[in-house]
Design a protein around this ligand. Structure first.
Ligand SMILES: *[C@@H]1O[C@H](CO)[C@@H](O)[C@H](O)[C@H]1NC(C)=O
Ligand SMILES: *[C@@H]1O[C@H](CO)[C@@H](O)[C@H](O)[C@H]1NC(C)=O
Length: 211
């Protein structure tokens, strides 16, 4: 081997060790539970919101259950700050807000108006911030900049989603032991009988702006 070849090989090795990891890509389908701390102006801060995230890109479906909708700006704007469970369900291009304890449901907004689901590569334009090893687990930290920083954390070894930190007012921390990859039971995305696409959310809700 010539010296310059050896040199180039060494350069390649060094780059592969120090290069940033490639941007996160979500599995086509997964589910995972989370805890959330969320602040809504006027309403205040909810610190122990429990939830489950179901994502299935093949079905273009998402369901996000929360133990309370009080601190979610969509749910809260429909039920005026009530402390009652709330689900976002996106199916067939429409986002519904469902209040299971109240057997109440309304169609919020359409995928065409930006209420659809994210693509598995929605983080492709995010910036690698670095690793965080404060806990015994090594996490990758990414920033998908919007108006504010949106930090996304995943476990370095397994690429399992760990946190979505929408600065400054919403932090979802996933329980990585609950992560399940693969197609989701269709019953999860079934529209409750009390939902109808013609029943749109109230005029004075955030949904009207989104529509
Ligand atoms: C890692 O995350 C913790 C919070 O979980 C934070 O306090 C710490 O500053 C972070 N470390 C680095 C190097 O960013
Ligand atoms: C989420 O909150 C529950 C109830 O406070 C707690 O038992 C659980 O350990 C939390 N999970 C995580 C991953 O922090």
């Amino acid at each position: 081997m010539h010296y310059h070849q050896l040199f180039l090989t060494l350069v390649a090795v060094v780059f592969s060790i120090y290069a940033d990891p490639s941007p996160p890509v979500w599995p086509i389908a997964f589910q995972e539970t989370f805890n959330e701390t969320s602040t809504l102006p006027v309403v205040g801060t909810g610190t122990n919101i429990q939830g489950t995230y179901y994502y299935d890109f093949d079905k273009k479906a998402v369901r996000i259950d929360r133990s309370t909708g009080k601190y979610d700006r969509y749910c809260s704007s429909v039920k005026y700050f009530q402390d009652t469970p709330c689900t976002h369900l996106v199916v067939e291009g429409l986002r519904y807000l469902i209040f299971p304890a109240l057997k109440s449901c309304c169609m919020c907004c359409t995928a065409e108006s930006g209420c659809g689901i994210v693509k598995p590569d929605w983080l492709s334009d995010s910036k690698f911030i670095g690793y965080n090893t404060t806990e015994s687990v090594k996490y990758q930290v990414w920033d998908k900049k919007g108006l504010q920083d949106n930090f996304y954390w995943q476990v370095d070894a397994t690429q399992v989603p760990y946190a979505i930190d929408q600065q400054p007012n919403d932090l979802m921390v996933f329980d990585v032991t609950s992560f399940k990859k693969g197609a989701i039971d269709p019953s999860i995305f079934a529209l409750p009988s009390y939902c109808s696409k013609s029943h749109t959310c109230p005029l004075l809700s955030v949904c009207t702006v989104a529509r």
